[in-house]
Design a protein around this ligand. Sequence first.
Ligand SMILES: Nc1ncnc2c1ncn2[C@@H]1O[C@H](COP(=O)(O)OP(=O)(O)O)[C@@H](O)[C@H]1O
Ligand SMILES: [Mg+2]
Length: 265
Amino acid sequence: MANIVLDNVSRTFRRDGKDFLALDNVSFTCNEHEFVAVVGPSGCGKTTCMRMAAGLEFPSSGTVSVGGKVVKEPGPDRAVVFQQFALFPWKTVHENVLFGLRSLGVPKAEALERITKNLKLMNLEGYESAYPHQLSGGMQQRVAIARAYVLNPDVLLMDEPFGALDAQTRTVMQEELLRVGRANPRTVMFITHAVEEAVYLADRVVVMTRRPGAIKEIVDIKPIRDAENWQQYDRIEDVMDLVSFVHLKTRIWRLLREQHDPGDH
Ligand SMILES: Nc1ncnc2c1ncn2[C@@H]1O[C@H](COP(=O)(O)OP(=O)(O)O)[C@@H](O)[C@H]1O
Ligand SMILES: [Mg+2]
């Protein structure tokens, strides 16, 4: 079972010679094949949660487990997509997507097949030999997502993956991610500070408090999305117009607003 479980996780960091609490007793689960968005004020510890699931960071107390095993290091069952696409600028699109497969020891013919399939999925056919600087931001991020998907990971960890994109490209990417996710369901932890994005993409939204980050509330989206049949609409703007969508968005906005400290800009 490829679930992600944060169980009573706290994390202390040291800054200016003093310890400070960044995460305070955080518990939430991303069930198998569930898309969970995590929203919260800047600095509340969202990235830290994701890095813990990735095995790049560790709790001071509590446990983080994936598929029932306590996370001790990064692994091929988990792929990470960062806000800054983190492509190798000196490698082509093909080479960038191939990179992770090499270290998994996937045979050449199979690697080629998987790369072709995933580049197609991300509408990147014909760009195999292009270099990142020759691509738009949206295309670079599609390469980064193809590079994650090609590993066929059980778990996708995405840290504000669309944060650096312009609004229009971002919308297209959100629609693509939903389309791809329906065809290939994965367990996803998706960090964002965009509430609309969270409501549009996620089955559940974890709302965090300001620092030290704790769970404010976990909002169910899927039952409402299914009941109101959002899936009948292909375009995000049609979904965003629905009363049920606006209602959820407003509810999450209010939860976040309660976190805002007017003295803290
Ligand atoms: N390695 C680290 N060393 C010291 N402080 C850190 C480290 N990583 C994160 N922090 C601090 O922990 C808090 C939470 O950071 P982060 O998880 O990046 O928040 P978010 O992603 O929600 O903006 C911030 O105050 C940040 O400065
Ligand atoms: Mg962050």
